[in-house]
Ligand binder design. Structure first.
Ligand code: SER
Length: 879
């Protein structure tokens, strides 16, 4: 057998199908686009769904890929079995209304027997029960042993995934043993025991299923084949497990070295090693596709895999964070097929390290707590851990629920999951939008998404702002329409347009659409799910019919501002890399006519100096008045030229590279100005964090930046006006004022304490001894009740054996406070009783304890009378 190395196998497959006129596309991102039904791409055909459903035209009718995939449905089995993994690569070839069974069956046979030289006597084929056509092609166009063909039912040989394109399939299997299988029953048994393994599934995608067993024939017949690369490598390398093939074995060996353990000696250790080997691949690839660990959606899948792997590393005795280094092996062995992992190496390592460190910090305490729970359950003969306890581990120690479950399962225990989820619900105040799966693409069907695939809409607005076009489709409300009239709001699709549809962060153009008898405003331009350009039009006058000729005109001033903002965004991207480092990658952007927003990967807030430096660099690029040139070139050529950027349109033959001299080179489909000088001025207005490891910069340019500078200037003017000084003098003046204020503060403090002590002496001086109690009754000026109480307390503490009564006029009323020392109380002093009588004189009421009382009155004019009376009142109270 040939091509035993996994990397060679991949190449052999793709080359073979290129030889059959297939367009080779790079793997799509693991993060699905426009497909809410999937968290992560789980099959080669997943990113190609719009081509099967006819929503989009494929770049060629024959495509071949090796697609990175993540599946977590069988995660419990990973490590335990020899073939389960969360990460795998799927080799696939696809036909969209082109070749069908007659071609794919002999090609598949040719590939496995001629190219791979798999022994024919080991190969078996299964077909769908009544698929006589497939049987005929297998038996007439290949030399497969007829006794090796079995007809199986819907369960085995009809491929469908919820609603959507589906069809019968034929599968190719490899017999790993020398046992001869002669009946379908024997075949199924051997497959159950892993003696015979399926490795290639050829799906004849010819129906559109509704998910309930009803099938309609698709307009075209298609082919979707899928072959797990790792599984094929296991056969080619004559191994028993995917973990023993070259690429995975390298990871596993490194993990064993780090843990100082040997593979194959102890079952538990082997499970951990296999699990780590698999998970680090998913982790590395997910991060390279910009998934960040979080408690939501795919971020949670990543977090769960990472923490699970970290925990198993710990169990193996690995002391420090290790996943952040283990990913080096994944990157080294897979970088040729997936250059993005090499390009983002430092970033991937950093994200892993941060998450791993964070988890390791709490891992020990979490395990200790969990062990405590386990002991308690066992002591009480209980089997189920309370949801609240499981949730505590999740919330406080970062234990994903599944991790807690796994550890409990090892101990023969379980978790009350319902209660756990209940706790989660209570705790979560963040709104979580549940994933909707309303149709095959997981999106709500929108009428504009149903525009036929053969409607051509071309954007020709890079160099034009006015174009003649023909009306292809009109949509009003929820229906296609033949005519739209004055007062309508409608979606208009033309064969060609100069208006840019919102994409890659750049907002859609606005403009006008007209002919001799019609005028409308284009309020926005977008793309539908199938990539058709749709104009949102408000009809101002006249009528428009399908087939009419119109002129489309872009709002030039607005477009010009958008262009400037877009070019400035490229300069900002470049400046950020220069100032912060090569780990900076674009994570999103918004480019409008008024401002720009740029999200990027970085781990901490920018310092003032960094912000200034970035701003300076962008402004230097602007003042260098550099021509901005767009070249159209091959994707590979673009990559070789060092162009950066998110590349959306990966299957076009040609890509656009926007260059601002040598400073910035970026893959971009947006519109740009022709010289950096036109941007005028660049000002950052904010820098903030939007998610772990992702920062956001908002900025303005040109007129808006000028406006911002002017606003600041006006503010400065207002300030200098208030300070009555020139701008130059302002700083000195401010410093001087601050100094003066400080001095004044000091003075105030000194004065206050002097005043307070002076006041106290005056108050104390009016003490009268009544029946051996020092009675003090005094009026304070303009104090509030807190101050009154405070002074009352001070006087009482200063004078032994005292009873103090203080009053003050406050906001037209009287506030009263009385306090007595313990020894005065022992002699009959009673603040409550005193205050009751005093407040009656003052037109109020109140009372309180013997040692302290407060009250209020309404007659400030009677304060002096109240003071005079108070001595008499004490006379009657005292013993
Ligand atoms: N869609 C099929 C699978 O996932 C063949 O590619 O197995």
């Amino acid at each position: 057998m040939k091509f035993t190395k996994t990397n060679d196998l991949r190449e052999a497959y793709l080359k073979f199908f290129e030889g059959k006129e297939h367009l080779r596309l790079e793997s799509f991102s693991l993060v699905p686009k426009n497909d809410k039904s999937l968290l992560l791409v789980n099959a080669g055909m997943a990113p190609l769904k719009p081509y099967f459903t006819g929503l989009q035209q494929p770049p060629r009718k024959r495509i071949t890929t090796c697609q990175k995939c993540v599946r977590t449905g069988d995660i419990e089995n990973v490590g335990i079995t020899s073939r389960h993994g969360t990460f795998f690569e799927m080799l696939g070839n696809f036909s969209f209304g082109d070749y069908f069974k007659k071609e794919i069956i002999p090609w598949a046979w040719e590939f496995i027997t001629d190219v791979l030289e798999l022994p024919k006597d080991k190969l078996y084929v299964t077909i769908y029960l009544d698929d006589d056509e497939a049987y005929e092609y297998w038996t007439t166009l290949t030399d497969v042993d007829k006794t090796h063909i079995f007809r199986l039912g819907k369960e085995e040989n009809f491929w469908e995934h919820g609603a959507g394109p589906c069809g019968p399939c034929t599968e190719i299997h490899f017999n790993r043993t020398s046992e001869i299988v002669t009946t379908a029953e024997e075949f199924l048994n051997a497959a159950d025991e892993d003696k015979i393994i399926e490795f290639w599934n050829l799906v004849f995608t010819q129906f559109d299923g509704d998910g309930k067993g009803n099938y309609e024939k698709l307009a075209t017949t298609n082919i979707d084949t899928g072959m797990g690369l790792e599984r094929l490598a296991t056969i080619m390398q004559e191994k028993n497990s995917i973990f023993e093939i070259d690429t995975l074995e390298n990871i596993l060996n490194e993990a064993s070295n780090l843990a100082k353990v040997k593979y194959g000696e102890a079952h538990k250790i082997d499970i951990s090693l296999r699990l780590i080997t698999d998970h680090i691949r998913s982790i590395t690839f997910m991060i390279s596709d910009d998934v960040m660990p979080s408690n939501e959606g795919r971020g949670y899948v990543l977090r769960r895999l990472l923490r699970r792997a970290a925990r198993h590393g710990k169990t193996l005795g690995i002391k420090d964070a290790f996943l952040c280094n283990l990913c080096d092996i994944v990157i080294r062995d897979s970088k040729d097929a997936y250059p993005e992992i090499e390009a983002k190496k430092e970033y991937i390592k950093k994200v892993i390290k941060i998450e791993e460190d964070k988890f390791r910090e709490t891992l020990d305490s979490g395990i200790e707590i969990l062990n405590g729970f386990v002991a308690e359950l066992k002591e009480n003969n209980k089997k189920v851990l309370k949801g609240a306890d499981g949730f505590k581990l999740y919330d406080t120690f970062g234990f994903p629920m599944e991790l807690t479950k796994e550890i409990l399962e090892d101990e023969g225990l379980s978790l009350d999951e319902d209660a756990f989820h209940e706790e989660m619900k209570i705790q979560r105040d963040r709104a979580r939008s549940a994933r909707k799966t309303s149709n095959y693409m997981g999106a709500d069907v929108n009428i504009s998404d149903a525009i036929a695939a053969d409607v051509e809409t071309v954007f020709d607005g890079y160099d034009n702002d006015t174009l003649s076009a023909e009306i292809k489709v009109l949509i009003e409300g929820d229906d296609f329409a033949e005519t739209i009239t004055e007062g309508n709001k409608a979606i208009v699709v033309t064969d060609v347009t100069p208006l840019y549809a919102e994409m890659g962060g750049q907002i859609g153009d606005t403009g006008i659409i007209f002919n001799d008898s019609f005028k409308g405003n284009v309020c926005d331009t977008k793309k539908n799910i199938g990539g058709k350009i749709i104009h949102f039009v408000e009809v101002l006058s006249g009528e428009l019919k399908v087939g009419d000729k119109v002129t489309l005109e872009v709002d030039r001033t607005r477009r010009e501002s958008i262009k400037k903002n877009h070019t400035a965004t490229h300069l900002l991207d470049r400046a950020l890399v220069e100032v912060l480092g090569s780990h900076v990658h674009q994570a999103g952007s918004y480019v409008s006519n008024e401002r720009l927003r740029f999200d990027f990967s970085h781990f901490e807030g920018l310092t003032e100096e960094e912000i200034t430096r970035v701003e300076d660099l962008v402004n230097e690029a602007i003042t260098s008045v550099t021509p901005v040139i767009t070249d159209v070139m091959d994707l590979q050529e673009a990559k070789n030229s060092g162009a950066i950027g998110i590349f959306d349109d990966k299957y076009s033959d040609k890509v656009r590279v926007v260059k601002a001299g040598e400073y910035s080179k970026e893959l971009c489909g947006g519109t740009h100005i022709d010289n950096t000088g036109k941007i005028g001025l660049f000002k950052i207005i904010s820098e903030s964090g939007i998610a772990a490891g992702t920062r956001r910069i908002e900025a303005v340019i040109g007129k808006e930046a000028y406006k911002l500078v002017n606003e600041k200037k006006d503010l400065l003017k207002e300030i200098t006006g208030k300070f009555k000084c020139s701008e130059k003098e302002l700083l000195n003046k401010l410093e001087q004022q601050v100094k003066e204020l400080k001095e004044k503060d000091k003075e105030i403090v000194a004065l206050k304490s002097k005043f307070a002590s002076m006041g106290l002496d005056d108050i104390v001086a009016c003490a009268k001894s009544i029946k051996d109690i020092n009675v003090i009754a005094y009026e304070l000026k303009d104090v509030d009740s807190d101050a009154l109480r405070d002074v009352c307390e001070k006087v009482r503490d200063k004078v032994e054996n005292s009873m103090v009564l203080l009053m003050s006029e406050n906001a037209g009323k009287v506030i009263i406070c009385a306090m007595a020392t313990k020894d005065a109380v022992a002699k009959g002093a009673h603040c409550g009783k005193l205050i009751k009588e005093v407040s009656t004189i003052l037109g109020g009421g109140g009372g309180g304890r013997p040692d302290m009382a407060q009250a209020g009155g309404k007659l400030p004019g009677k304060i002096q009378e109240a003071i005079n009376e108070s001595y008499k009142i004490v006379e009657t109270l005292a013993k």
